[in-house]
Design a protein around this ligand. Structure first.
Ligand SMILES: O=C(O)CCC(=O)C(=O)O
Ligand SMILES: [Fe+2]
Length: 266
């Protein structure tokens, strides 16, 4: 028997993504493990999807995202009044650049297997975001003190794929405060912290998490040391999001939106 090693070990391309994920999910997120995901999301409005990404696809996504960041990453350092002056210190890439240079990330976002898994996890059909600027963005924390400070997001659901993560000793873990809400006119992070319990989650490369971002205040704890953390964040809309007018100020400033408006600092 001859085996074509070149073919067996070829890196996945965009056309492979849905099938790879479908097969992986049918083993990893089915039966009791899917039920556990559903229960945790219903209780805490955030749920880890550990081992979401099969290793061969993870390597290809890491390469794709790193290549894009090296050429197109923009260093950002803001505090956002609209989220009660919390900090953003990170390197980002927005949707238009990923659309052009990130076929695997694009294929993951538009994969029916992902849409089905996320819909099943949250208990309602999720929809790709009507605002293209929030389909997917990349962010990297790469210097000591880099952080994605406390905030809420504009649409109901966020899906975050972890491509690189420091050991928790160096920070970079996720914190979430469910059952809180964002008043863009009068944001109050401290009131949210006092009102509810903070849940913290450490992740590894290949993990993902799903969060109800409109009513779960969340942040990434500042990193320290020589650590690096890289993620892709993908926005999903609920049925009711599709019926309302939604603005996206923080996405536009941090990631450049759809690239056709001004992207000035605050
Ligand atoms: O980096 C993360 O895990 C969260 C990112 C996030 O909350 C966002 O981009 O809105
Ligand atoms: Fe967020």
């Amino acid at each position: 028997m001859t085996v074509d090693h070149a073919e067996v070990s070829a890196a996945p391309v965009a056309g492979d993504v849905n099938n790879l994920l479908q097969k992986h999910f049918s083993e990893k997120f089915a039966g009791r493990s899917l039920a556990a995901v559903q229960e945790k999301f219903a209780d805490e409005h955030i749920v880890p999807l550990r081992g979401f990404c099969p290793p061969e696809l993870l390597r290809a996504l890491q390469d794709e995202a790193s290549g894009i960041l090296d050429v197109h990453g923009v260093d950002r350092k803001f505090t956002f009044q609209i989220t009660d002056n919390t900090p953003r210190q990170m390197t980002t890439v927005g949707q238009p650049v990923i659309k052009e240079h990130g076929p695997l990330i694009d294929a993951l976002y538009f994969s029916p297997a992902v849409k089905n898994l996320l819909s099943s996890a949250v208990g309602e059909e999720v929809h790709t975001c009507p605002y293209a600027g929030e389909h997917y963005v990349i962010s990297r924390l790469g210097k000591s003190g880099d952080t994605h400070g406390w905030h809420w997001d504009d649409y109901t659901y966020g899906f975050i794929l972890i491509l690189e993560a420091p050991p928790y000793q160096d920070g970079g873990f996720v914190q979430a405060v469910p059952h809180t809400s964002w008043d863009k006119e009068n944001p109050d992070v401290h009131a949210a912290l006092l009102k509810s319990k903070v849940h913290s989650y450490a992740f590894e490369a290949g993990d993902a998490y799903l969060v109800k971002t409109d009513t779960t205040m969340h942040r990434v704890y500042p990193i320290r040391g020589e650590s690096r953390r890289t993620i892709v964040n993908m926005t999903w809309a609920s049925g009711s999001d599709l019926e309302r007018a939604i603005t996206h100020e923080t996405n536009d400033l941090l990631f450049g939106g759809t690239g056709d408006g001004p992207a000035a600092g605050v």
